[in-house]
Unconditional design. Structure first.
Length: 261
């Protein structure tokens, strides 16, 4: 059983528990459920940096990244830095995140927020909306084509953007459908945790033009972004690079200024 299988197994137990504690009716009555969402895909299309900055305390591949920062400071710092959007890890067991992080990020900024989560149930999409997300992540490696269709169409009904993440050509082919806004290529091999930008380059030709191309994992330098831009990438998800510093917002600002000068 690889790490992804373990995460999904635990996630099913967690989601069943959450469903038993908070009924969908309660989620739909949340104050944030009625707010107008902000489209990350539109912001990326019109941006000259394309940075999606992440809040991440730890990960299975790197263990602790940063446990000392509060979400409020990180979110307002990222917004001041001029990022296009913010990704918030909400998985507790493996990444040290929570839905409260999403709530605090929403209260602290007006950025489009991506809920970074292992979505295996429609319930989590309702949750995302009720906690202030603008975008959900769907991971092709853990979903069937029918599930991707069901979840992405449900998200669109709630006016949420959909970022679909793939790791290889097979996942890409099974996933393409009209209810997606962005196609993210994860440069990390989930079995070995090795990272290579070649994956983004190889898959770029196969991504339809109407989807915003996003590259994820292993992007820690201006050079990496400049290398990927000619392949049509408009979005770049950066977490660790900013989060391992004492001031992610300040570092994101320096990075963006350097990138667009």
């Amino acid at each position: 059983m690889n790490i992804l299988d373990k995460i999904v197994k635990d996630k099913r137990i967690e989601v069943d528990l959450r469903k038993s504690l908070i009924p969908t009716k309660q989620l739909e009555q949340s104050v944030l459920f009625e707010r107008e969402t902000v489209s990350l895909s539109k912001k990326l299309r019109n941006s000259n940096s394309g940075i999606i900055a992440e809040h991440k305390r730890r990960s299975p591949s790197k263990s602790v990244i940063n446990h000392n920062l509060n979400v409020q400071d990180v979110a307002s710092g990222y917004e001041n830095a001029g990022v296009c959007g913010m990704s918030v890890l909400t998985d507790g067991k493996y990444f040290g995140g929570s839905l409260d992080d999403l709530l605090i990020a929403r209260a602290s900024s007006s950025l489009p927020l991506l809920r970074k989560e292992f979505i295996i149930d429609e319930y989590q999409i309702l949750e995302s909306k009720s906690y202030g997300a603008d975008v959900i992540l769907l991971i092709a490696a853990i979903l069937t084509r029918d599930e991707i269709k069901q979840f992405s169409e449900f998200a669109k009904q709630l006016n949420l953007d959909v970022l679909l993440e793939v790791h290889n050509e097979a996942e890409l082919h099974k996933s393409i459908m009209p209810s997606l806004d962005m196609l993210g290529v994860n440069n990390r091999n989930l079995k070995t945790f090795e990272v290579s930008l070649e994956i983004s380059k190889q898959l770029s030709q196969l991504i339809p033009e109407d989807l915003v191309k996003v590259s994820e994992s292993g992007i820690s330098s201006i050079d990496a972004i400049k290398e990927l831009q000619p392949y049509g990438y408009k979005g770049f998800l950066i977490g660790e690079n900013f989060m391992k510093t004492d001031n992610p917002g300040e570092n994101a600002e320096k990075f963006i200024n350097e990138l667009i000068k």
